[in-house]
Design a binder for this molecule. Sequence first.
Ligand code: NCD
Length: 441
Amino acid sequence: MPQKKSAKKSTAKRTANQGLRHITSINDLTNSEIETLFAAADRYLSELGHSAVKHRIARSAKIAAGKILATLFYEPSTRTRLSFESAALRLGGGTISSSDPATSSAAKGESLADTVRVISSYADVLVIRHPRDGAAKLASEFADIPVINGGDGAHEHPTQTLCDLFTLRREKSSLKGLNVVISGDLKGSRTVHSFVYALARFAARIEMMPGALGMELPGHVDWRLREELGQRRDGDARRDAVYVAAKKPSRAKPDVVDILYMTRFQKERWSDTQRNDYPTVDKAFLATGRYKHASVLHPLPRVGELSTELDEMPGAAYFRQAAYGVPVRMALIAALLDLEPGLSLKKFAKGFEASEYPVHVQPRELGLDCPNPNCITHDEHDGKYTTNGFYVVRPDRLRCFYCETDIEDLLSATKDGDDAFFASESAARKSGYRAHARAAE
Ligand code: NCD
């Protein structure tokens, strides 16, 4: 039975632990929660930091003694997995890891849902990386320990964004009002999607420089920036989109770039694995006027798009950015496990308001599903553990509960008191539903 679209109900939580806090999107954290995490990360750096190398944690605490962090990685990783494990160890906790799907039960065909149910009995917090968009959300439905998204397909990578923001704050003193240029594969890069949401929330001026035609921000990310995060877009969405706060004039100066954020071509998310048209950043590029004072960030790995000749420049921040992964993730683990007074994510507000839409579950036989082919809902094995759930963003717009891709131009219809959504009136009629009158424009 479809839930009434007005019902403020989440799709079925499969675990008993309803009140658990998970981080599957950067929008699961409020700005003040992010600032609180950064204050803790600063404190770890000053209390446990290396005396000469200011961005490095060099000593360990004991506050997580007896706690275990599990990493469950279905995709390659160096920084995310190892910095999470290092963070858990630096807090005095332990780690268990499954980092190679070929040697785990995934190779025998075990579902993600079963795997996370089992890991819930082995650890206190779980970090997951998966090639499917929305996999972390599915994991959070079956885990009864906090789940942290370590990157799910092209959807999001919220803890990379925490590292990115923390780096901006350390390099440029403040998060507010920066002029940030983002270049590369804006479509396939999950780090970019989490990052732009956060930048908009911290009132940056965001300039998009897609690496090639077709690599611009996905349409639903652009829509969220404009319609939910108060951004005005200047320029062409496909070439030179610039987002600024629609209501408040930005303090950022367009002719001075504070941050250049570069990303690699995400070949694993494209059918053509070679691109000869991908841009590179080198000293000559940075010598052009606007970039003179820019700090260069990159989530890494770099595979040619960032010249090694930049490494010795004071603005080359990418290795510091990778190092900050440890104190930032220490803060997140400590907050989720309630290890320190004043740093509990349990006690914090529920998360960023914009994601609080009612959820509608539509029976699959009514012919509406997520339009993103890489969504976990379409996975041959794991798809059957998902519900056909959507956030009702507007009366004509649904958002996949898992991968957060939107379906536009829908109409809602009714049958025996149940509401459902359809692409057209004739589709509604075919299922015996009668369309509601469209709201006046
Ligand atoms: C990123 C990722 O995996 O999304 N890497 C990382 O976590 N530091 C970026 C990338 O792989 O390009």
